[in-house]
Write a protein that binds this ligand. Structure first.
Ligand code: PDD
Length: 276
């Protein structure tokens, strides 16, 4: 297994990380997950643009030009001979004696791995059950940071209720899933939370908005309530690893079941076409 460590492709066993790496002590870092289809990364440019954006928001200094990182990522995929899978790239603010105050000039550490993974055919076909829970996360969910405890706690709660994904709401306004964006369909119109500080502006989300536009489907990027979630005609979630998965039920703070509808299926198909 080859990994990316500090701009080198190397065997995983050669890697050691300092126990005072700020990623380890503070979760002081960012990441991206890119899907690989047939050996080719999908939307690599968009993912790396967001990576740079996350770095900028946290005043992290890129240790190398983004183009170089893209080349290394392509090498990493090749070295591991991945046909379908993911590549994970992370950057922390590196090692320094533990202190809250970060230095803007700190030497950041990039690591990455690539792994085989097939698209989740069953979730895409049969849909997923979800569990709605309060969004307890911080107010910069737009940054793809390593701090994911709010997300992991929500996912655990969902799993404890035999659900595949957690949906979150902030004071009754639906935000997103624990690792996905959330959409509802009402009267053939698609609604999703606006891309502000309360959600991650998913790359898949952005593709969906574009596809919907091309298909003449109206999309409203506007906040919607848990009552609107409950009364939706169709619900679906999206992410790099899931693409589009229909939501067949919600439990927790509201309860409802949903059919897998024609709008969800149409968007799902068009997204698959785009990826292939
Ligand atoms: N998660 N919202 C959150 C909180 C996420 O963690 C993700 C993705 C998304 C969807 O973004 P995108 O379409 O760019 O993948 C939305 C990734 C897959 C992960 O953490 O593994």
């Amino acid at each position: 297994t080859f990994v990316l460590f500090n701009n080198q492709i190397t065997e995983r066993e050669n890697v050691s990380i300092d126990m005072e790496d700020r990623g380890y002590n503070f979760g002081d870092g960012i990441y991206e997950v890119v899907y690989i289809y047939g050996g080719k990364p999908f939307s690599m440019d968009e993912h790396f643009r967001r990576f740079e954006e996350s770095a900028r928001k946290l005043e992290m200094k890129m240790p190398c030009p983004i183009e170089e990182l893209k080349e290394k990522t392509a090498e990493l995929i090749q070295a591991n001979n991945i046909h379908n899978g993911i590549v994970y790239i992370q950057m922390t603010r590196g090692a320094s004696a533990r202190a809250h105050l970060y230095e803007k000039e700190a030497a950041c550490l990039i690591t990455g791995f690539a792994r085989k993974m097939d698209p989740p055919a069953e979730a895409q076909e049969k849909g997923v059950k979800t569990y709605l829970t309060p969004d307890i996360r911080w107010l910069r969910c737009d940054i793809k940071s390593l701090n994911l405890l709010g997300n992991t706690m929500a996912k655990r709660i969902a799993a404890d209720h035999a659900c595949g994904e957690a949906l979150q709401h902030r004071d009754g306004i639906c935000t997103e899933g624990s690792s996905s964006n959330l959409f509802i369909v009402k009267n053939n119109e698609v609604h999703t939370h606006p891309a502000n500080n309360l959600i991650l502006n998913g790359i898949t989300r952005q593709h969906i908005l574009q596809i919907a536009g091309e298909q003449g489907i109206t999309v409203k990027e506007a906040p919607f309530s848990t009552e609107e979630l409950q009364a939706a005609d169709e619900v679906f979630i999206s992410s790099t690893t899931m693409e589009i998965a229909p939501v067949i039920s919600v439990e927790g703070d509201v309860q409802a079941t949903y059919p897998i509808g024609s709008v969800t299926r149409a968007l799902q198909k068009k997204l698959k076409d785009k990826i292939k």
